[in-house]
Ligand binder design. Structure first.
Ligand SMILES: Nc1nc2c(ncn2[C@@H]2O[C@H](COP(=O)(O)OP(=O)(O)OP(=O)(O)O)[C@@H](O)[C@H]2O)c(=O)[nH]1
Length: 397
């Protein structure tokens, strides 16, 4: 199902080692809607076996063995996408409805996403439709504590699919959900045991909606208010549970006197999580296109590596009725797309959603305010920044 511009949606399935990626993919491939999809499987190790585990009824399965998609075989991924395109253009391949990429368990999804959105030619033909991260309900908490790759996989996901839910005890599942919500409040969470999880519908995550032909902006900006609320409380000690005397706490197992703790287990050292933030910026006046360009340029050239993901719908002064959609991963941005109209004509506010690592919200807000005409008293304005981009406090190059 390609969009207005003929671009083919690409979904990335990721998740830690053994989380259940292949199991999920096998279920999805049985969906009739996957008939014209191509699947690219990346496997780490000398001998590829994942392709044998994936249902072979789909003849567009390509395996990229011996190396990790996010590092050594990234070029191979680009080549494979180019070959698929060539195959379609020369009539050797039937038109593809979708491409699904399954990464290795240790992959950082960002470079894989960049291969799709950042390649000048490929981005004309493919569009990232979302990252689906499979999380093992039994081992998820420990994995998140131990492996930064797992935290990144959760942080950038559009959808989280919980596997092995029936094997996990309820307390573990509750604690995991709280942890996932803190890390990525906007992701859709789906129980892997539901029929929905095994359907092609989970792959469509709304960078555009195939039926309405415009990005499902509301979906990826969802929970904006709640996420902001959570963020403001994060780290200020307000995100606590209170228990009455004698009450059993499902998260930490404590019983007895009144006690409080964070949504995660109190002994849980969220050493990776605390560096990752998700926040949104809302602005109600149309923005000068030049100012937007400079804001994005400074942000990505100076802080690109900390920008795990940014999605935005922006009202510009030249055509405020036709919003601009921006979509970036680290310093790579998809070519901006002008929508024909606002997804919701009653809500024409500019909205930016950012997922960052080691980049404070206050820095991004100040930079945004400086370029959109709302500088604060003791902060540099746009003119000062154009003269000297280092004038932003905390700016490092
Ligand atoms: N009970 C149960 N087992 C599951 C579920 N999902 C996966 N498994 C099992 O978990 C094991 C790992 O599943 P895979 O689908 O191979 O996981 P993967 O993420 O593709 O693994 P790698 O490719 O090694 O990273 C297999 O034995 C699966 O049968 C689930 O929802 N419930």
């Amino acid at each position: 199902m390609s969009d207005n511009n003929g671009r083919i949606p690409v979904s990335i399935i990721t998740g830690f080692l053994g989380a259940g990626k292949s199991t999920l993919l096998n279920r999805i491939l049985k969906d009739k809607a996957m008939k014209d999809a191509a699947v690219i499987i990346n496997e780490f190790g000398e001998v590829g076996i994942d392709h044998m585990l994936v249902d072979a009824s789909n003849d567009s399965i390509v395996e990229l063995a011996d190396g990790c998609l996010c590092c050594t075989v990234r070029g191979e991924l680009v080549d494979t996408l180019a070959e698929l395109l060539d195959g379609m253009q020369t009539g050797k391949l039937k038109p593809l409805s979708r491409v699904v990429i399954e990464t290795t368990g240790l992959a950082d999804p960002a470079p894989v996403m960049q291969s799709v959105i950042g390649h000048p030619a490929l981005s004309q033909s493919f569009d990232l439709d979302g990252v689906i991260t499979v999380v093992d309900t039994v081992h998820g908490l420990l994995t998140l504590d131990t492996y930064p790759e797992a935290v990144r996989q959760v942080a950038v996901a559009d959808r989280l699919i919980l596997s092995k839910t029936k094997l996990a005890d309820p307390a573990t599942a509750t604690a995991l959900l709280a942890r996932l919500h803190a890390l990525n409040p906007r992701a859709i969470v789906t129980d892997g045991d539901t029929p929905e999880a095994g359907s092609a519908a989970v792959l469509a995550n709304g960078l555009y909606d195939p039926t309405s032909k415009i990005p499902d902006v509301d979906r990826w900006l969802k929970d904006e208010a709640r996420a902001d609320h959570d963020h403001h409380h994060h780290g200020h000690g307000d995100d606590r549970h209170h228990h009455a005397e004698g009450e059993h706490c499902a998260i930490c197992g404590h019983e007895g006197r009144d006690h409080e703790h964070h949504a995660q287990h109190p002994h849980d050292v969220n050493r990776h999580d605390e560096r990752i933030r998700s926040y949104s910026i809302v602005h109600d006046q149309p923005i000068d296109p030049m100012a937007l360009e400079m804001f994005i340029d400074i942000l990505r050239s100076n802080q690109g590596e900390k920008l795990l993901r940014m999605k935005a719908v922006v009202a510009l002064t030249d055509r405020p009725d036709r919003p601009m959609v921006l979509h970036g991963v680290q310093s790579i941005f998809h070519p901006p797309v002008r929508l024909a109209a606002w997804p919701d004509p009653k809500d024409r506010r500019t909205r930016l959603v950012l997922i960052t690592r080691d980049l404070e919200e206050s820095y991004v807000r100040e930079l945004f305010d400086a370029f959109t005409g709302r500088p604060q008293v003791d902060r540099p304005d746009r003119a000062a920044l154009e003269d000297n981009p280092l004038a932003i406090p905390g700016m490092k190059i």
